[in-house]
Design a binder for this molecule. Structure first.
Ligand SMILES: [Cu+2]
Length: 316
């Protein structure tokens, strides 16, 4: 290309290639293909999946943010590749390009595009937090949630964090406390998350629920499991020596299976439940030693103070 000066600079008074248009035309199909692949091919596999309403909304949010981010990433890569190929140093070219002190169109485009991207992300995020069935429901809304699931029949599950395990209380089933987390599919669940000692964080990954467990605070989160299966529960707040071991699994069952599990467990743990403090949104941890003593006295725990679940064959 004779008109193109050495180094790719547009020759004075001449007509070089329109680099902006070229970059745009290379970038456009890459951006469109990347967005289609991200939304339709990879999108359904994006975290945290679709095991609950909260998880599905979060997956949608992540898909939308990916679709907005991919063209930006594509532009950076296309621009870098184009620069390396077209504007690379050539033999006998000792000059830098002429300094550019101002280019109104590039500046205006830059400010407009970045402003539109950032402001529309802010608007989208705000809407998604406030919209009905919103994606923020699993994040913990504190003791007085603004958004609540519509319709009744909400299952109450209390999550109690303590070094280093989670236990769960079911106030609608006599308030029994267990290390197993069972939930019914298709029914809204209200998680009441609290702690007996330091700050933990209840993270039920596949349910899209992640709420801080603070001592003396009831942090409420909502999710409606949409299908049966297992999910992982992890503590997601560094809480001491065995923080990394503070995880277990939860299970979403059919409504009938959940009902029979809950009523059977309520009966099985009745003697223990009678000794526990009455169900409350928060607890005074200083009563724990008294509970231990009462358990030993009732023959539910061994003389060493350890409690053996009734189904455990090692029970003394
Ligand atoms: Cu923890």
């Amino acid at each position: 290309m004779a008109a193109e000066a050495v180094g790719g600079q547009r020759p004075p008074g001449g007509t070089g290639p329109n680099h902006g248009l070229r970059i745009f035309l290379i970038w456009l199909p890459i951006a469109v293909v990347a967005d289609i692949l991200l939304y339709f091919v990879y999108g359904p596999h994006m975290p945290p999946g679709t095991m609950s309403t909260a998880a599905a909304s979060q997956q949608f949010d992540i898909k939308v943010m990916s679709v907005m981010a991919a063209p930006v990433m594509a532009f950076v890569l296309v621009f870098a590749a184009y620069s390396l190929i077209v504007w690379r140093h050539r033999e006998g070219d000792a000059d830098d390009g002429p300094p550019i002190y101002g280019h109104t169109r590039i500046q205006a485009t830059w400010i407009t595009v970045t402003s539109v991207i950032v402001l529309s992300l802010a608007a989208f995020g705000t809407y998604e937090l406030a919209a009905p069935g919103f994606a923020g429901a699993g994040a913990g809304e504190g003791p007085a949630p603004i958004w609540k699931p519509t319709g009744g029949n909400v299952l109450q599950v209390q999550v109690i964090g303590q070094q280093w395990r989670f236990t769960y209380r079911y106030p609608q089933f006599g308030g029994f406390e267990t290390t197993a987390l069972y939930l019914p599919a298709g029914r809204p669940v209200q998680f009441n998350v609290t702690s007996l000692d330091v700050i933990h964080d209840f993270w039920a990954y596949q349910l899209g629920v992640k709420a801080d467990a603070n001592p003396g605070v009831n942090n409420v989160a909502y999710a409606t499991p949409t299908h049966t299966g297992q999910f992982t529960v992890r503590c997601d707040e560094l809480c001491g020596l065995w923080h990394g071991a503070m995880f277990n699994f939860g299970q979403v069952d059919t409504v009938a299976d959940f009902q029979s599990w809950a009523t059977a467990t309520e009966a099985k743990l009745a003697r223990v439940t009678a000794i526990l403090p009455a169900y409350s949104t928060v607890y005074d941890p200083t009563v724990v030693p008294q509970i231990n003593k009462a358990m030993v006295k009732a023959g539910i725990a061994g003389a060493n103070g350890y409690y053996y679940p009734p189904q455990d064959p090692a029970q003394p």
